[in-house]
Design a protein around this ligand. Structure first.
Ligand code: ZN
Length: 416
């Protein structure tokens, strides 16, 4: 199956201009004017690829290709779905999300051009609000499709400016009647998402394709360290209750714990505010947030327990009071062999080197895996960079990812 690489790159280029800021990053918040413009472009591309386009109650854009029974939306045969998102983090890159969207449309065009028909219908879906950079939660569109959250709860989400989700949907314009967002039981045969890896594993292995076996789970905890703010010159070292040093000791402990537990767990303290924040004042208060990820629930709990229990000793030793709060826990999402093996087979058929690998980042496939056999296709990220303007992938790898997606869809939609 041939992929129109020129078309693919032109699509990515076009989307890469929508929401482009002076610093070279792309900002497309969910249900913003930029998000709507990108979505309208993709809707046109879907129609050009022969898809029957609909939208659902939470604003997911959905295009279907008929199965062999001649039916698209009214087919009784379970559908094979693929897709990703168009929203971005603030000043993000141009591949995270869009590759899995226009790549899916290009994969459909490859199937069309090769005259490949399928027993099951194929659907390309654009999920709303994956990044969580506007509303309180991320993966909104896929959580609504899987039933992880109710449509009613999604519609009542409020952004920091007070805008309500159901009103913000008007940004997409009057599109007529929406179809239900939540998938009926048994209506999806399989789901596969093409995405940039956002890490450096494939690059280091010099392989173009990753077949994702699991999506790491996540725990985020907020911890406040309360010490004594005091004079940095007049207070001897043995009379201090330095909130920052307590936080620093805790953060170093997270690094140590993650290394000791191993098995792919990672821990980060990426947010820290130090008060009062004077260069000649001993820190009296630190607010910190840790982010812990692991491929299995057991490993996630092991790291989380380590991180929580390390706090007690530190507080006592340093005479610092602690308050902590669980912000969220998301369980790891195992992918399904039916879909993982299809990706591996597709890569082999396309003559491409591949490996099975976990995803450290959360994706829409996490929720789709709750209701249908799912996997993801990863392509290498140059330098492992993502969520930044320098996010990039070799164009050859982008086209190879689309070729593997096209093969995977054909396998999943035709196999018994
Ligand atoms: Zn993404």
């Amino acid at each position: 199956m041939k992929v129109d690489e020129t078309r693919l790159l032109a699509d990515l280029e076009h989307l890469g201009k929508i929401g482009l800021g002076p610093e070279g990053g792309i900002t497309r918040r969910a249900l913003s004017r930029e998000d709507a413009a990108a979505r309208a472009y993709v809707a046109d591309r879907m129609r050009a690829a022969g898809l029957e386009v609909r939208h659902d109650e939470v604003g997911n854009l959905r295009g279907r290709r008929k199965g062999r029974d001649g039916a698209a939306w009214d087919s009784a045969v379970p559908v094979v779905m693929t897709g990703s998102h168009l929203d971005s983090v603030p000043s993000g890159g141009k591949l995270d999300g869009p590759l899995g969207v226009v790549g899916a449309v290009c994969a459909i065009e490859s199937l069309n051009a090769a005259g490949v028909t399928t027993k099951r219908p194929l659907e390309v879906i654009v999920f709303v609000g994956e990044e969580g950079s506007r509303f309180r939660r991320g993966t909104i569109g896929s959580a609504a499709v899987s039933g992880h959250v109710s449509v009613a709860d999604v519609l009542e989400l409020v952004d920091p400016d007070g805008a309500v989700y159901k009103d913000a949907l008007a940004t997409y314009g009057d599109e007529g009647a929406a179809i239900p967002a939540r998938a009926a039981a048994g209506s999806i045969h399989a789901f596969v998402e093409l995405h940039v890896e956002q890490g450096g594993v494939l690059e280091a292995a010099a392989l173009p394709i990753g077949a994702v076996t699991t999506i790491a789970g996540l725990v985020q905890r907020a911890v406040t360290f309360l010490g004594d703010a005091n004079h940095a010159g007049a207070t001897p070292m043995n009379l201090r209750h330095d909130a920052f040093l307590a936080a620093a000791e805790w953060a170093l402990g997270i690094e140590r714990g993650a290394r000791e537990i191993g098995g792919g767990v990672v821990g980060t303290v990426g947010k820290l505010t130090v008060e009062p924040g004077g260069k000649n004042i001993i820190p009296g208060r630190v607010d910190a947030i840790c982010d812990l990820r692991a491929p299995t629930p057991v490993l996630l709990s092991a790291l989380d327990d380590y991180v929580v229990s390390s706090l007690h000793g530190i507080g006592e030793k340093r005479g610092v009071e602690l308050e902590q709060q669980l912000l969220q826990r998301v369980e790891p999402g195992p992918m399904h062999e039916l879909a993982i093996v299809a990706v591996q087979r597709a890569a082999a058929e396309a003559g491409l080197g591949h490996m099975r690998m976990p995803s450290g980042a959360i994706h829409d496939a996490l929720h789709m895996a709750e209701i249908a056999p799912s996997s993801m296709i990863f392509v290498p990220s140059i330098g492992g960079k993502s969520h930044c303007p320098t996010e990039a992938t070799d164009p050859r790898h982008l086209a190879q990812g689309v070729a593997v997606l096209a093969h995977t869809l054909a396998i999943l939609a035709n196999d018994p």
